[in-house]
Design a protein. Structure first.
Length: 186
């Protein structure tokens, strides 16, 4: 290769562009790693009666759901959570945890295209009875994977809804479960 051809291909402008692209890749990768470092954050319901601990990198995100008492997201890691709380006084005496789970699961599953859900299984979350299940499907053209728990406390029923992209399900499964397991009355 003659030297003038080499200079035409490798100009300082091209070199600067390659360096900029390399730095951008490093910054994005670094931000993703930083989002996993740091201290978890405790988020409380507006009335202060319930709380949830989210990993470092998660931030309060009111845009996720207007009805939710607690809502948080880590946009880089694609980890999301909302908690919807219903007072037991709004239900008849026939309502129990299994019926609440059935109703909310059916309603939620109907909103997910191509939804496939596991059967709810009994769980205990910080001393409270609950039911947990998984749901996969598409919402607004995006394939997602949910881990959901319904929990009964003395005066409330709660839906703890966590999700991630379907492609990140295995990577984020433990994080989503850790978030659910952190739910507690204060």
């Amino acid at each position: 290769m003659n030297p003038s051809a080499f200079r035409r291909i490798y100009t300082p402008k091209l070199t600067n562009q390659l360096i900029a692209i390399g730095l951008l890749v490093c910054v994005v990768a670094g931000c993703k790693q930083l989002s996993k470092l740091g201290n978890p954050t405790v988020l409380k319901s507006p009335d202060g009666k319930f709380q949830l601990t989210v990993p470092a990198g998660c931030r309060d995100n009111p845009k996720l759901n207007e009805q939710a008492q607690i809502r948080a997201a880590n946009l880089l890691a694609e980890v999301y959570v909302i908690v919807i709380t219903d007072s037991k006084t709004d239900f008849t005496d026939e309502m129990d945890l299994d019926e609440f789970t059935r109703i909310t699961r059916e309603r939620f599953t109907s909103k997910v295209k191509e939804g496939e859900a596991t059967e709810p299984v009994p769980v205990t979350i910080n001393g409270n009875s609950g039911r947990a299940y998984e749901l996969e499907g598409a919402v607004k053209g995006v394939k997602v994977a949910y881990r959901i728990a319904t929990v009964e406390t003395a005066n409330h029923y709660h839906q703890i809804i966590t999700w991630t992209l379907k492609s990140l399900k295995n990577e984020n499964r433990a994080t989503l479960q850790q978030i659910i397991d952190s739910f507690r009355s204060t």
